[in-house]
Write a protein that binds this ligand. Structure first.
Ligand code: SF4
Length: 191
């Protein structure tokens, strides 16, 4: 089974832990603090800024001027909220195809992860606990090509893994997704 058949890799972020005989998928759940977008203006090409402005029914000229100003301040370390963040801390272009890749991958990135993100901290804590008892051969996250095969968790390992997972007090949403992603191949379970 490959990860793309199990997860919508366009929308969902995860880490894959490879142990010697099986893999465990650890979902990343955004805690919707809006914290990242409050201090960061990603690079957006001019044509894309104008297209987004049209999509939002904003003035193209005014949008590009606000974008340029915000982006300049961010690269000069005077952090400002992204101009596409609304008052409810939600991204106005979340489902738009021009939403920058860096946003889609956040808090993972091709160079490093944002260790200050509260959702990432929860995610990392889970990985640390899951790997404390069994040495992984490799850990990948969504910034690595996810088109790789997945070795299902054997049923005899399930109770041990879910007990370790629950020792971190995961949120109900995280637990639901963890079970859905890792227990699909088991014929039955008592989780
Ligand atoms: S484009 Fe959306 S997700 Fe990206 S920083 Fe701006 S508000 Fe956040």
């Amino acid at each position: 089974m490959g990860i793309p058949t199990l997860i919508n890799t366009e929308k969902e972020l995860f880490s894959k832990i490879e142990f010697s005989e099986y893999d465990v998928l650890v979902p990343f759940i955004c805690l919707k603090t809006g914290r990242c977008c409050k201090t960061y203006m990603p690079h957006v090409p001019e044509m894309d800024v104008l297209a987004i402005a049209r999509f939002l029914h904003w003035s193209e000229e005014d949008t590009f001027s606000r974008y340029s100003d915000c982006f300049r301040k961010c690269i000069a370390s005077h952090a400002e909220p992204c101009i596409f963040l609304n008052r409810d801390n939600l991204c106005r272009i979340y489902n738009h195809p021009l939403r920058p890749s860096v946003c889609k991958l956040y808090p993972f990135s091709y160079e490093s992860s944002d260790v200050t993100c509260p959702g990432y901290q929860e995610h990392y804590r889970l990985i640390a606990v899951l790997t404390a008892f069994n040495t992984p051969s490799q850990i990948y996250d969504s910034s690595f090509c996810p088109d790789i095969s997945l070795r299902p968790l054997p049923f005899y390992k399930w109770k041990e893994v879910i007990d370790i997972f629950r020792s971190c007090n995961p949120s109900p949403e995280l637990e639901h997704r963890f079970i859905a992603w890792n227990l699909r191949k088991a014929p039955y379970h008592h989780a």
